[in-house]
Design a protein around this ligand. Sequence first.
Ligand code: ZN
Length: 192
Amino acid sequence: MSIPPPPHGNPYAAAPPQGNPYAALPQGNPYAAPPQAPYGYPQQAPGYNQPHQMPGYGQPMAGVPQVPACRICAAQPAAEVTIRSHVGLLLMMRFKKWEGPFCRTCGTALRRDAAANTLCQGWWSPFSAFLFNPYTIISNLVVRGKLNKLPEPGPAVYGTRPDPGKRVLQRPVSYVALVPILWFLYLFIARP
Ligand SMILES: [Zn+2]
């Protein structure tokens, strides 16, 4: 028994089909839109096939008021307010601010924290005590008036809102600055 010799040459060397096998496909882009919109849809105006190409896209709609949404929870209504805090420590001063819009709940939470910290830390340099801290306190009182005029916000689009917590004057930290004042009064006035 003998094995027949392999055929001469490389059996895998069969000649590829001549020419481009894809050349038989129809010419042009088969996914191109038909020249006519089917079923009687009106033809789109040329140049306006994308929304961002339409006139007025991204512009406020005429007659529709622009209502600001809360920066934290995205709810409405919200007020354009800037909440501030101030720290004065002898030669160092620090100013912070949070720009809205904020809804009533989120804005009140931020404002109470900022106001309590300001009452505690804002007095301890001369310019702070007589200039920057009174300004910060009054500014936050104006913010409080604006926020309290808002109705309760709608559902929180972004999930959670900060907790407003206790009122500023119900937080012990707000009274820290009174300690040296009372001590001063005790030393120089009340003591015989
Ligand atoms: Zn909010």
